[in-house]
Write a protein that binds this ligand. Structure first.
Ligand code: MN
Ligand code: MN
Ligand code: MN
Length: 285
């Protein structure tokens, strides 16, 4: 099925960005692994937001199959006032610094959730924190949980509206001041022996000049990878970021950013990585 010429082993499809119930995904880590296998994925990184809590279950489930689980995480951070996501891959999940960092991120995420809830309550969404917690079902609280809570409470009719009115950039629920600087987040990953990958570079809506400034800061901090293929990235952007990936001598990564069964994303479903790039898995193989 996979014809990616830069696959680690011929025929192995790598999906290095997805989410489980442990953050804002819809499937348990076990169900996620089952589905990845069904979709023909042979190398999977579970990259839940700011938590490692799904890794053990994913690895246990993977023992049933011929699928390799790469340690992963998606860290939230800030650069020049802009929220940036960094995917960490192939790090030591027992590294003391990483464990401390994750504990800090979990605390920051909880604090952020309380601030989001306070702001949404001021907009009339009374009880939104409990509703979001019920939806998250023990997972790390994120904006999608608040969006679903607002839908369930009848404040909005759909996710897009929830983000447009309450949670998107510049709206009351857009709280990011608590996140660490990009440099700090990259250092956590690198110190734990992993590769730091700039996630979905198309999502920041940067001009070429500003994207280069971001890549300058990211690589100076020790970041080595960049996502060049995702489920939703336009092919013209893939071409643009692939040129920058080569120019900066970076490692190329790919992933679905799967959160749950949706028409537009599926595990392992994205275009092939441009063949001239050095794939990120060359770092740990
Ligand atoms: Mn998410
Ligand atoms: Mn992200
Ligand atoms: Mn993600």
């Amino acid at each position: 099925m996979n014809s990616n010429p830069s696959s680690p082993v011929a025929g192995v499809l790598a999906d290095l960005h997805c989410h489980s119930l442990c953050s804002d995904g819809q499937l348990s880590p076990s169900d996620l692994v089952d589905r990845a296998v069904e979709m023909g994925v042979g190398m999977l990184a579970l990259t839940d937001h700011d938590t490692l809590s799904g890794l053990a279950e994913a690895k246990l489930q993977a023992q049933k199959y011929d699928i390799e689980i790469i340690n992963g995480i998606e860290l939230s951070c800030v650069h020049n006032g802009m929220g940036i996501h960094i995917v960490g891959l192939g790090f030591d999940e027992t590294h003391a610094g990483m464990l401390a960092a994750v504990a800090l991120q979990e605390q920051r995420r909880q604090d952020r959730a309380i601030t989001i809830a306070e702001r949404l309550e001021k907009k009339g969404a009374v009880g939104v924190l409990d509703e979001a917690k019920r939806i998250a079902n023990g997972g790390q609280l994120g904006r999608p949980h608040f969006a679903q809570a607002l839908i369930d409470m009848g404040k909005v009719t759909n996710m897009a509206q929830a983000f447009k009115k309450y949670l998107g950039a510049g709206k009351p629920g857009d709280v990011k001041a608590l996140w660490p600087d990009l440099e700090e987040a990259v250092k956590w990953i690198v110190d734990a022996g992993g590769v730091a990958v700039l996630a979905h570079p198309d999502s920041y809506k940067l001009t070429r000049t500003k994207l280069k400034l971001l890549l300058n800061a990211f690589t100076q901090a020790g970041g080595r990878g960049v996502e060049v293929v995702t489920s939703t990235m336009e092919s013209s952007f893939t071409q643009r970021v692939s040129e920058l990936c080569e120019e900066y001598g970076m490692l190329a990564s790919q992933g679905s950013d799967f959160h749950g069964p949706k028409p537009w994303t599926e595990l392992g479903r994205f275009p092939n990585m441009p063949s001239q790039l050095t794939p990120v898995w060359s770092h740990w193989q």
